[in-house]
Design a protein. Structure first.
Length: 473
């Protein structure tokens, strides 16, 4: 009798032990599975956004293509100037913004669609069930709308622009990598386009992109081999005819065809980012020229991209110090494109430059948005009226009235007003009557080598002196 309960207890204990061991083994299994899942997740997910990473994304694209249902497209989306948010607001704010952007893009996608982050603020989306160009562009428009409304970042707001390129699969082809590449090419075309929106890949785009990349590489080599140069065009006082300053313009001697003109190669350099290096070189050369001739101020064109780089004002200060020149002899020409986004950074840079004594001119006035609010927010030293308005002088009274108003507007804001592209003596005379301060254009002097500018300044002065002597005799 006494043996039975003992055996029973031992059996129950054994069963309990076995159960505990089994439970522990199961737990270990479960933990292992969990750990494996987590490491799989880490290997296939972007830690910042939780989105599938590039590899996982490509696998999903491959699946969609092999299903062969058609209607597969990829969108590549790049957020313009995201780096500036990181630079101005810090990396944590940049990370928050990326997560907020992820949410907004995701909200525009369907349940079967897949989003990934390719790096920085560049995203790609696999869109299924969108067989036609119209479907793809409609989706892109929706994303564009969602992205352009302001994002809150702490106490401030930022507005971001997005460039979207799309590639549509034909049946089950091409390979995912190639489809992604095509969407990327289309995105670069979208970046270049003046109007916002989505570009859909076509084979012709490859050729144009290749050509632009080649030009950029050649330009880079020309810069390294010291083959670029600056020419100088005089700016003349409308009243006295005296040369008051000069504008430095870049030239690429030896480069034949259209690509050799700054109107073509500067935008290409802007696209590929080479402009920062090119712009630093131009600034250095112009400051060197100021040091050499020490008589008139020289204006340098600065591209929006270069102006917005953090530390631009520092690099100007460094160049001025390096060559030991008076900063008041340096002018910087910017277009209003600089001011449209990232206003705070632009304001800071402008403030620093003007504090140093460097003058800042608003170039090509009248061609862009010409929002008067920029003139209120930013204090410019001068306003350069685009040549289209000067040529419109010949179109009768309206052209004249418009110019008169722009000149009065500039003067009321204490700006020096400069007319660009003055090609005839009669335009020059008319602009003098309209009280324009400075004239620039072929009628007053073409862009030329620095030495010849110097000679032209002296010759012009001698001519004016002789004229004055004759008048007073
Ligand atoms: P911009 O700053 O508006 O420069 C004035 C342009 O008008 C120059 O063209 C000049 O040669 C041209 N021009 C001057 N007078 C006349 C005239 O009477 N009639 C006509 N039709 N044109 C005249 P360019 O040298 O071909 O430069 C084109 C543009 O390239 C410049 O326009 C500027 O935006 C850009 N650029 C030139 N050099 C630089 C540079 O060093 N850096 C940057 N970022 N941009 C530059
Ligand atoms: Ca200019
Ligand atoms: Ca201009």
């Amino acid at each position: 009798m006494s043996l039975l309960p003992g055996i029973l207890i031992a059996n129950v204990a054994m069963a309990l032990l076995a159960a505990v061991l089994m439970w522990r083994a199961c737990r270990q299994d479960e933990d292992l599975r969990h750990a494996r899942r987590r490491s799989d997740d880490l290997a296939t997910r972007d830690p910042l956004t939780g989105l599938p990473n590039r590899g996982a994304f490509q696998a999903r694209v491959a699946n969609a293509l092999s299903a062969g249902d058609g209607g597969v497209a990829i969108l590549v989306m790049d957020v313009e100037e995201f780096k500036l948010v990181n630079d101005t607001h810090g990396h944590d704010a940049g990370d928050d913004l990326i997560r907020a952007m992820t949410d907004r893009i995701s909200s525009c996608l369907g349940t079967e669609d897949v989003l990934t982050r390719l790096g920085g603020a560049e995203f790609a989306a696999l869109v299924v069930g969108a067989p036609e160009v119209e479907d793809v562009t409609a989706k892109a428009r929706e994303i564009d709308r969602a992205m352009t409304s302001p994002f809150g970042l702490g106490a401030s707001f930022v507005q971001m622009n997005i460039d979207i390129g799309a590639a549509i699969a034909e049946g089950s082809g091409p390979e995912p990598v190639e489809l992604l590449r095509r969407a990327d090419v289309a995105m670069y075309v979208a970046k270049r386009a003046e109007t916002a929106g989505c570009e859909v890949y076509s084979p012709g785009m490859d050729e144009s992109l290749q050509l632009r990349r080649t030009i950029s590489a050649e330009l880079d080599a020309a810069l390294s081999d010291n083959k670029l140069k600056l020419v100088y065009q005089p700016l003349v006082c409308a009243r006295t005819g005296k040369v008051m300053s000069a504008e430095a313009l870049m030239r690429w001697p030896g480069k034949e065809g259209l690509a050799g003109s700054p109107g073509v190669f500067i935008p290409i350099a802007e696209e590929t980012g080479l402009i920062t290096k090119l712009g630093e070189w131009a600034l250095d050369q112009a400051v060197l020229e100021i040091k050499r001739q020490k008589t008139i101020p020289i204006a340098v064109n600065v591209s929006p991209l270069q102006f917005r780089v953090e530390g631009f004002a520092d690099s100007v200060e460094a160049a001025v110090r390096r060559h030991g020149v008076d900063p008041r002899l340096l002018k910087i020409e910017i277009t209003e494109g600089v001011l449209i986004s990232h206003t705070e950074q632009a304001q800071l840079t402008m403030g620093r430059l003007r504090e140093m004594g460097v003058q800042v001119l608003l170039d090509d006035f009248g061609t862009g948005y010409s929002s008067l609010s920029y003139l209120q927010k930013f204090e410019f030293d001068g306003l350069k009226i685009d040549r289209a308005f000067i040529h419109a002088l010949e179109d009768g009274k309206n052209g004249q009235r418009l110019l008169q108003s722009i000149i009065a507007l500039g003067h009321s804001l204490n700006m020096e007003v400069i007319a660009e592209g003055v090609e005839t003596e009669s335009q020059a005379a008319m602009l003098q009557l309209l009280r324009c301060d400075l004239l620039q254009g072929y009628a007053l002097g073409r862009p030329d080598h620095a030495d010849r500018l110097h000679v032209a300044v002296q010759e012009r002065q001698q001519r004016l002196n002789a004229q004055r002597r004759a008048e007073s005799a």
